[in-house]
Design a protein around this ligand. Structure first.
Ligand code: SF4
Length: 309
């Protein structure tokens, strides 16, 4: 009964006359049907990139070997549709560890997996996490964090005009314990030629709040446009073909069963089928003398993928 009430409240509203109306805009996490409460409605992206679906989300990772060697799927993790990619990355590594696989020394991902915290985790675990960082959130035509040179460890920051901050405060979020730093510029902003592009109309001077691992994020934002980084990231393109293969040839986007546990089992079978097919192809090429000995993988590519329930 409680479930039916929840489904009703999430999908319908009652107007002042007591008439039932379907809700016009549904948010992420809404249950679509009481027959499959774990399959959620989810929305991702904005504008033309907006995607919506009902079901789950899947994190797929595959090995990256030397040119010409066969790549195999190393893990498939089924998440709730509203699960974050941030959580999907450690879940993928945890699953691989549970299967006895060595942690990849290089991990190629898209921008959704890159955050200051993820980069710090990778550095601590002595592996490379390669992917472009998202731009900082800021108003159009206003200097965002990218315009500043921040040295969190030294508690120093330089603004686009090259002026050093006058104050740095350490902030700790009560609930999460998350640490950030607020840098302030005061007298330097008076009469500065960049003031219009830098200081909000209701502000007297400029402040900038960054997380404790901002230095890593700043480094990534700078290096991601270099030819070397762009070249290295081409390796990740292979996973796009894998995604297409899993969807088109193996039906990954169509769940045949109800419930996350069964859907996950289906996904594991799909992954195994794909690996067997790749292994047989590689074997056939080797018999014909066209494939090199398979070298140990040196990295791992990852992505997220949505599918219907
Ligand atoms: S307005 Fe202030 S913080 Fe911004 S560039 Fe000028 S001096 Fe630096």
């Amino acid at each position: 009964m409680a479930l039916l009430r929840k489904v009703f409240e999430e999908n319908y509203t009652l107007d002042e006359n007591g008439q039932c109306e379907p809700v016009k805009v549904r948010g992420s996490g809404v249950i679509q049907t009481p027959h499959e409460p774990q399959a959620q409605y989810c929305v991702k992206g904005q504008g033309k990139a907006r995607q919506s679906w009902v079901g789950y989300k899947v994190q797929v990772a595959e090995s990256i070997g030397e040119e010409g060697s066969a790549n195999f799927l190393t893990s498939i993790v089924t998440q709730e549709a509203t699960g974050s990619d941030d959580a999907g990355l450690p879940a993928t590594l945890h699953k691989q560890k549970g299967m006895g696989l060595e942690a990849p020394s290089e991990l190629y991902v898209d921008g959704a997996y890159i955050s200051a915290e993820a980069l710090a985790r990778a550095e601590k675990e002595n592996r490379e996490l390669l992917g472009p960082a998202q731009p900082s959130a800021h108003k159009e035509n206003v200097f965002g964090a990218e315009g500043f040179d921040v040295k969190v460890e030294q508690r120093r920051a330089f603004c686009p005009a090259g002026k050093e901050s006058t104050q740095c405060s350490r902030l700790v979020e009560k609930q999460s314990g998350k640490v950030s730093y607020r840098f302030e510029w005061s007298w330097q902003c008076h009469g500065c030629q960049w003031r219009e592009k830098c200081v909000g109309t209701n502000q007297r001077h400029r402040t900038l709040v960054v997380g404790q691992y901002h230095t890593l994020l700043q480094k990534r934002r700078r290096e991601q446009n270099t030819p070397l980084f762009v070249e290295r990231m081409k390796i990740r393109n292979g996973i796009e073909g894998t995604q297409s293969e899993l969807v088109r040839a193996h039906g990954l986007r169509r769940a045949r069963y109800r419930g996350k546990a069964k859907v996950d089992l289906q996904n594991q079978f799909i992954g195994a089928a794909c690996n067997i097919k790749r292994w047989l192809r590689w074997l056939a090429r080797q018999i014909k003398g066209k494939a090199p000995e398979n070298s140990p993988p040196r990295g791992c590519g990852g992505l997220e993928l949505a599918f219907c329930g």
